[in-house]
Design a protein around this ligand. Structure first.
Ligand code: NAD
Length: 432
């Protein structure tokens, strides 16, 4: 059973949230309000951006291994599709909520528009702790959830991808469940699949690679090239480990990396390949470190670049006063709260926003979708070259707005995104 509802109630109940637990939706709406005050966008179009196109809420019953039936709640929020099919991840996490899905879907809309990718924004998930499910239960949950949202996803309508608690295996099951029901093999319905069934080379590394590319560009921009820069990275997972290792390869001195247990620290520079990523050995950073510090100490290090690449709301009004980095590059989604962002702006600390910095993930997802549609795989070299080109083009567009408008980097990225989206809405008009 799936139902389609507008989000009027959520919009009406929007209150300023406490900083540390500020919802993604609240942050996304406040960022939008801030940006539209600076950018010349038709208010009638802005009104449409404030709401998702739809939120699909489903119940997902599965049989547990002990024979009992348990029902989980799932969502797929679709924010805007004026420039192309909805695109965004699927989370399996106990804190998945309708509001979170809408906020994250909005960020996907801006992210695709900043990158000039012909996709819109979506996000979905199931309220579940996947660690409490067996592999068989996770597979049953994934297949049933896919079936529940089957009539609102598809390679030309809405294309899911992995996110927190889901991975390439989850995407394989989603693709299979969808394809079996449609009676044909449809790899383009999801991205982030294993290459053997139409996934792209370079996809898992891509968000970290884009963070590294943007860090390199911003370091050059501020006259401190990577070879002369120190970097601290919070989170050593898919985004953080790949970003840290590339920056290390490109000459930066990576002085600290962390996971949920704490940070490895060496002021002379860590060997980032000697420390296992979350995928290689979960939560083992401190076990492989000669010297460790606490996570809050990492955020307070006096480094050239700080890359929070672990969780949302890592830097809030409560700890922003401790931050001493010259530049922050957002690796995670929403790691700097709205209040902390304003304080950093007052202190002239540049914050390079998530919708630009980690957009390599959705960009290579777009490459994967192109490969699926054309039934032709690209080499890893080609993927990385095209990603580099797309990132530099987006960086140039954002840098131009930053210089022309004299706004923050986040507002400059919003200006690029909103400009492209508003033009598309104005060209298409309001139906009927
Ligand atoms: P991941 O699960 O691979 O790794 C997360 C890492 O963060 C782990 O090392 C974990 O130990 C650490 N961590 C968790 N809580 C922490 C805390 N409180 N302090 C310090 N470290 C902590 O996750 P990921 O895929 O790298 O995603 C990280 C962030 O990047 C998320 O916000 C995600 O939404 C965002 N993101 C991911 C992708 C992607 O494709 N993987 C793309 C864009 C954005």
């Amino acid at each position: 059973m799936s139902s389609d509802t507008s989000d009027q109630s959520t919009a009406d109940s929007l209150e300023p949230a406490p900083d540390a637990s500020e919802s993604a939706l609240s942050t996304a709406r406040r960022q939008l309000d801030r940006a539209v005050a600076l950018v010349d966008v038709d208010p009638n179009v802005v009104e449409r951006f404030t709401y998702p196109d739809g939120v699909h809420e489903v119940t997902v019953p599965i049989e547990r291994d002990d024979g009992t039936v348990e029902v989980f709640r799932g969502y797929r929020a679709q924010h805007d599709s004026v420039r192309g099919p909805y695109k965004g991840g699927i989370r399996f996490h106990p804190e998945v909520s309708r509001e979170e899905c809408i906020g994250l879907a909005m960020w996907m809309t801006w992210k695709c528009a900043v990158m000039d990718i012909p996709f819109g924004g979506a996000k979905g998930g199931v309220v579940v702790d996947p660690k409490e499910l067996s592999d068989d239960e996770r597979e049953r949950l994934t297949r049933r959830f896919t079936d529940e949202i089957r009539n609102v996803i598809g390679p030309t309508t809405d294309i899911p991808a992995p996110d927190m608690g889901t991975d390439a295996e989850t995407m394989s099951w989603m693709m299979d469940a969808y394809s079996m029901q449609e009676a044909e093999t449809i790899p383009g319905v999801v991205t982030g699949k294993p290459p053997v069934i139409g996934g792209s080379e370079g996809r898992s590394e891509a968000p970290g690679r884009s963070v590294a590319i943007v860090t390199r560009e911003v370091a050059d921009y501020y006259g401190s090239p990577l070879s002369e820069s120190t970097v601290a990275v919070q989170g050593f997972g898919s985004v953080g480990a790949n970003a840290a290792r590339l920056l290390d390869d490109w000459g930066a001195t990576v002085v600290a990396v962390s996971d949920v247990n704490g940070a490895a620290y060496d002021p002379g520079g860590l060997d980032t390949r000697a420390i296992p990523s979350h995928e290689e050995e979960p939560e083992a950073v401190t076990r492989h470190a000669d010297r460790t510090i606490e996570n809050d100490e990492l955020l307070a290090l006096d480094v050239d670049v700080l890359v929070p690449a672990a969780v949302g709301n890592a830097i809030t009004e409560a700890n922003v006063g401790d931050v001493r980095a010259d530049v922050i590059v957002e690796g995670a989604n929403g790691p700097v709260s709205f209040g902390a962002d304003e304080i950093l702006a007052e202190r002239d600390v540049p914050v390079i926003p998530d919708i630009l910095a980690n957009a390599g993930g959705v960009t290579v997802s777009y490459f994967e979708w192109l490969q699926d549609i054309n039934r032709r795989a690209w080499s890893e070299e080609r993927v990385n070259e095209e990603l580099e080109t797309e990132m530099l083009s987006a960086w140039d567009a954002v840098r131009t707005e930053y210089e022309d408008r004299d706004v923050s980097w986040r507002d400059a990225a919003y200006a690029v995104a909103l400009g492209r989206l508003a033009k598309a809405h104005e060209a298409r008009g309001l139906w009927p």
